[in-house]
Design a protein around this ligand. Structure first.
Ligand code: SAH
Length: 218
């Protein structure tokens, strides 16, 4: 049995070293997923063997942190989609060592459908929380559920939002579980922010198409 703490920590360190957004766009809620949170997401998906499907799709991939972690832990291919070219340039630099294993796609996640080459795919994403563009989180969620049969997504934690997500998931034929809760700490980047950091609770959720529930590890 591998030393879980050590491996998680190694992953966290590797992810924390990646390049950040150059000129983050507030409206697009661009912030790089902190290393500890990204590592947790990748680790949990790997434990459930959800990274070892045909393709991992990272919607709103930004700097490519989640794509990087997925490939590092053995995903065979990945698709990194973002609406912002300058974010994709950063992702390309971060992912250069995995050349041939990923595609970078510029596009609007709210305007899919996008059909991956295989149904055996997993979305792993940290979408906008819907703070700057109301409802963006739910639009991303719907897009993800229309793309792959297994989805990992990070959301601002509140019972209200979990209820809404759960309702959307059920309507689209998915079962939801909360994998874990965590505290996200973001460095404040704008002058008008008085505090240096902003802390809040997030929930990592996993959604699986109901027709696929009941198999190994599900
Ligand atoms: N997971 C990434 C970025 C998280 S921030 C990382 O850790 O680096 C949310 C990302 O969603 C940003 O990169 C932003 O550009 C992207 N985004 C916002 N609206 C989008 C849309 N409509 N379609 C695709 N990407 C979008």
């Amino acid at each position: 049995m591998p030393d879980r703490t050590m491996l998680m920590r190694d992953l966290e360190i590797a992810l924390e070293k990646l390049k950040d957004f150059v000129n983050p766009v507030e409206k697009l809620e661009q912030y790089r997923t902190p290393g500890n949170i990204a590592a947790l997401m990748i680790w949990e998906a790997s434990l459930r063997r959800d990274l070892h499907r045909d393709i991992v799709v990272d919607l709103g991939c930004g700097t490519g942190v989640l794509t990087y972690g997925s490939l590092l832990l053995g995903a065979s291919s990945a698709l990194c989609l973002d609406i912002d070219w300058s974010a994709l340039y950063v992702a390309r630099e971060n992912l250069v060592g995995f050349s041939g294993l990923f595609d970078l796609v510029a596009g609007d996640a709210r305007n899919l459908p996008m059909r991956p080459i295989s149904d055996k795919c997993t979305v792993i994403m940290n979408p906008p929380f819907g703070v700057k563009t109301r409802g963006a989180d739910i639009e991303f969620l719907k897009a993800a559920l229309g793309t792959c049969s297994t989805v990992y997504s990070l959301h601002k934690y509140s019972l209200e939002s979990l209820k809404l997500i759960s309702k959307v998931a059920e309507e689209l034929g998915f079962a939801l579980s909360v994998v874990t809760k965590a505290t996200m700490v973001l460095k404040q980047r704008l002058r008008h922010h008085r505090k240096k950091t902003h802390r809040f609770e997030v929930a990592l959720i996993r959604l699986v198409k109901t027709s696929e529930c009941g198999g190994v590890g599900r």
